[in-house]
Ligand binder design. Structure first.
Ligand SMILES: [Zn+2]
Length: 136
């Protein structure tokens, strides 16, 4: 039984498709539009980087500001309850990110990070990507 009107359904679907705007997809489409060639989720590399630019040997991560602790970012807050739990959790995440970075660098990769909050403005994102991907 379908209790949702067609108009309402299409509105709901639109919202679901809206998930396509999540940070990683924004970075992908921006990098693509800039003409960079990349691969996704290189599972054989430490931390399976979100985007890998083999020609430039750059591994790029799109990090959520909350989980990966973007320094000084408003999204990088500590929830008010279970503070101890969160502190432990965050510490583990940050340590893992550091290990991943070291592992990649030891293999000769350069590591780049785009933070979730940096994907909100398409122009700023494009500039940041260009800078990260063309540095010598
Ligand atoms: Zn942030």
């Amino acid at each position: 039984m379908d209790i949702v009107s067609p108009a309402r359904r299409s509105e709901m679907m639109g919202r679901i498709r809206g998930k396509g705007t999540k940070p990683e997809l924004l970075v992908r489409s921006s990098a693509h539009r800039l003409g960079f060639r990349f691969r996704l989720h290189a599972k054989k590399l430490p931390g399976s980087p979100d985007l890998v630019f083999p020609g430039r040997k750059i591994a790029l991560f799109v990090h959520g500001c909350f989980w990966h602790r973007h320094p000084g970012c408003p999204y990088c807050y500590v929830p008010k309850s279970n503070i101890q739990f969160w502190r432990e959790k965050f510490k583990k995440n940050v340590l893992r990110d550091e290990r991943v970075r070291t592992g990649l660098e030891e293999m000769g990769w350069r590591v780049a990070v785009i933070w979730e909050c940096e994907t909100a403005d398409p122009d700023a994102l494009r500039k940041k990507l260009k800078r990260l991907l063309t540095r010598k």
